[in-house]
Design a protein around this ligand. Sequence first.
Ligand code: 3VV
Length: 194
Amino acid sequence: MSGTSTGLMPPADAVTPVRHPEAPAPGELLGAHYGQCFGCGGGQPHGLQLEARAGDGVSVTAEFTVRPAHQGAPGLAHGGVLATALDETLGSLNWLLRVVSVTGRLETDFLLPVPVDTVLYLEAEVTAVAGRKIYSTATGRIGGPDGPVAVRADAVFIEVKVDHFIENGRPAEIRAAMNDPDQIRRVRAFEVNP
Ligand SMILES: CCCCCCCC/C=C\CCCCCCCC(=O)SCCNC(=O)CCNC(=O)[C@H](O)C(C)(C)COP(=O)(O)OP(=O)(O)OC[C@H]1O[C@@H](n2cnc3c(N)ncnc32)[C@H](O)[C@@H]1OP(=O)(O)O
C-alpha cells in the first residue's frame, strides 16, 4: 500500500483479501450496480458509463472514454471526473468480494493531463481487509493497458448493509429502485434479503 495518509494504511491485523467463490469469472463484464449511477449507469447521458470487468484475484479492469461533457480545461478531462472514474472502478471491486461498501477515503494523484477522446484504461485491486475496512488501489492509463499512468488512487472503502441506502437515499429513488426487478436482482448478488 503506497497511500500517504494515515487512514489509508492497513492496520497490523489486516488480512489478505479473498475473492468470493461466486464472484464473476475473470473477463466477465460486471454491469452497472444502479442504472442512474453517474459513474456506471446507462441512464445518465453525461455520466461516465464506465464498463468494468472482473479480473484475477480481487481485481477489476475498466474503460472510460473522456467526452466533451467531461472537460475541466479546454479539451482536457476535469480532475473530479477522473477521480470519479477511479472511485467507480474501486467501487466495482464490491462484486469480487460480494460485499457492499462505500468510499470512506480516496486519495488521488494526477500525473498527466487527459485529453478529450482518450480511452482511460483503469485497473483496481483490493490490497487488504480489516473488519469493515477495505483497502484498495487503482491506476488509470492513457489509451490502454500499456499506456502511461495518468491518474492513480489509494482508497479505503467501508462495508455497509443495503439498509445504508434505504435509510439515507431520497425516498422517491429508493421506492423506484425497490420496484425495479433488475435492481433487486443486482442487490441480491450482495445480500439475500435486502
Ligand atoms: C433496494 C434498494 C436499492 C439499493 C441499491 C444499492 C446498490 C448498491 C450496490 C453497490 C453500491 C456501490 C456504490 C459504489 C459507488 C462508488 C463509490 C462511492 O462513491 S460511494 C459514495 C461516497 N461515500 C459515501 O457516501 C460514504 C459516506 N460516509 C458514510 O456513510 C459513513 O461515514 C460510513 C458508512 C463510511 C462509515 O460510518 P459508520 O457509522 O457505518 O462506521 P464508522 O464506525 O464511522 O467507521 C467504521 C470503520 O471505518 C473507518 N472509517 C470510516 N470512515 C473512514 C475514512 N474516511 N477513512 C478511513 N477510515 C474510515 C472507521 O475508523 C472505523 O474503523 P474501526 O472499525 O473503528 O477500525
